[in-house]
Design a protein around this ligand. Structure first.
Ligand SMILES: *[C@@H]1O[C@H](CO)[C@@H](O)[C@H](O)[C@H]1NC(C)=O
Ligand SMILES: *[C@@H]1O[C@H](CO)[C@@H](O)[C@H](O)[C@H]1NC(C)=O
Ligand SMILES: *[C@@H]1O[C@H](CO)[C@@H](O)[C@H](O)[C@H]1NC(C)=O
Ligand SMILES: [Zn+2]
Length: 467
């Protein structure tokens, strides 16, 4: 689990308030055992300065995105959330009222069953990951208490199982959360560590998925472009790294879409995948993510490296030994690693040295690919892409009664149910209409920054813009 104990960091007053609210909640009996996970930077800022809207970072080395590509993105923000995640989730009215968010929320409201949208947010303890769940964690497939990945699909659209495994045998979907080089001490940490990791992977002819936050990307936009140019897969890990179940529907939309828009502004692509911080996800979050056209990627609990779980870092050798123990023939798997500031990136680097040593010694090494490749899907999708477009998800509001059948359909099929897209505003009727979503083969490389501007622009232009 993504978890350690650090109760001393909790603000007693906030905890008391949370307990008071929970005691009043009708469904308090169902409240989950709180889960605590620590990211060392994410400490309650008793005297934090207020959030401030940020202009796009003025970094001279950034490669500009052609105006035609930029123009394809409807409601591109002009101001961005505060990049300092320790100030909490996006809460500024001006940012929440931006057209990006209002249009996104309108889309979610039109698409998602109101019963799901009405589920109560959990209560966050200060700025920690701990959440006190206020609904039934079993019925709502709240991962932190149940490690539930597969919602019991009965009547809801846009609700799909988490992605937790790779399709092919002995394949690892290699991925790193929280970068580029976030979040301790930003911006003074600079971008060196994630850049070095990206380059190390490249030197080994490997690519990986980077679940980036908007905050980390804001401080290190050139590192984000570098990762993309090296062929790594970029995916959304929210702007502020708040536990998603603790947020309002509007805030969830804002966390995803500001991060999406920022990635688009830097590389001209819209990611397909999302990872919830701390694994804090329930059916409300899954449905909102799905309506916005994202698939939620978790990891196998037994494949959590635990590389950032404590203020006292574990020895590098123990991290390497743990990862090494996973390199056996087995069903395809997705792990959990991080690309935070040192020392976490040192773990990743040492692990890659071990992978290289195993290869050199002729020992078994799994096929190591980004998550999209291990799902046999593209890393990026057209603008306006919605869950109705996602392969195998039933268009029908009556989804398959067997959740395992639904899971299988999501993993395997590339077909799209006709009528999957909601009425007038959603994405292309057939995802295959866009080269960016042409099925099994991920983009060969960094199409945009490598110079295939025309391809990126065509993909953007082909998309039907919904918000
Ligand atoms: C990030 O990396 C690039 C490329 O190495 C470098 O030019 C830039 O100054 C770095 N930015 C920061 C904030 O460290
Ligand atoms: C990476 O690929 C290149 C080109 O195919 C090859 O020359 C090089 O040896 C490879 N490096 C590693 C570490 O596999
Ligand atoms: C939609 O649901 C109904 C009722 O369960 C079922 O009869 C029908 O076949 C479904 N249609 C599709 C396209 O799945
Ligand atoms: Zn994270």
């Amino acid at each position: 689990m993504h978890c350690s104990t650090s109760r001393s960091l909790l603000a007693a007053a906030v905890l008391a308030a949370a307990q008071a609210v929970a005691a009043q909640a009708p469904s308090a009996a169902a409240a989950a055992t709180p889960v605590v996970a620590t990211r060392t930077a994410n400490i309650a800022p008793a005297n934090a300065t207020p959030q401030a809207p940020m202009p796009f970072p003025a970094v001279a080395s950034l490669k500009p995105i052609p105006s035609s590509v930029m123009a394809a993105y409807t409601n591109m923000p002009t101001l961005w959330p505060d990049a300092d995640e320790s100030k909490g989730p996006i809460a500024l009215d001006s940012l929440l009222a931006a057209p990006l968010v209002t249009a996104g929320l309108a889309k979610v409201t039109a698409m998602v069953d109101p019963t799901l949208l009405a589920l109560k947010p959990s209560i966050r303890n200060g700025y920690q990951s701990e959440t006190l769940y206020q609904e039934d964690p079993v019925a709502n497939c709240f991962w932190p208490t149940n490690q539930c990945h597969t919602p019991s699909l009965t009547t809801y659209k846009y609700l799909q199982p988490d992605v937790v495994a790779c399709i092919d045998q002995s394949t690892l979907g290699l991925n790193y959360d929280d970068g580029p080089s976030g979040p301790t001490g930003q911006p003074s940490q600079g971008n060196e560590t994630t850049l070095a990791l990206g380059q190390k992977l490249q030197s080994m002819n490997l690519t990986a998925t980077f679940f980036v936050t908007g905050g980390s990307s804001f401080y290190n936009p050139d590192a984000l472009q570098a990762l993309y140019a090296e062929g790594h897969e970029l995916a959304v890990h929210t702007w502020t790294h708040a536990p998603m179940t603790s947020l309002t529907n509007q805030q969830i939309v804002a966390e995803i879409l500001y991060t999406e828009a920022f990635i688009y502004a830097l590389v001209g692509q819209r990611p397909r995948y999302f990872r919830p911080p701390y694994g804090d996800v329930d059916n409300r979050v899954r449905a909102i993510i799905g309506a916005l056209g994202y698939e939620s990627v978790m990891w196998q609990e037994a494949k959590d490296l635990g590389d950032q779980a404590s203020a006292t870092p574990p020895p590098v050798a123990s991290m390497v030994a743990l990862f090494d123990s996973w390199m056996t023939p087995q069903a395809g798997y997705i792990d959990l690693e991080h690309s935070l500031a040192a020392p976490v990136n040192q773990f990743a680097a040492a692990i890659l040295d071990d992978v290289a040593a195993r290869k050199a010694a002729g020992k078994f090494v799994p096929t190591i690919v980004p998550v999209g490749t291990c799902q046999k899907k593209s890393s990026y999708v057209p603008l306006g892409f919605a869950l109705g477009d996602v392969a195998g998800v039933a268009a029908n509001s009556t989804t398959p009664s067997s959740s395992s059948a639904a899971a299988g359909a999501t993993m395997g099929s590339s077909s799209v149910a006709a009528g999957a897209t909601p009425k007038s505003t959603a994405g292309p009727a057939t995802p295959g209409a866009s080269a960016a979503n042409s099925g099994a083969v991920p983009p060969a490389g960094p199409a945009f920054l490598a110079g295939s501007v025309a391809a990126a622009a065509a993909a953007a232009a082909a998309a039907v813009l919904a918000f």
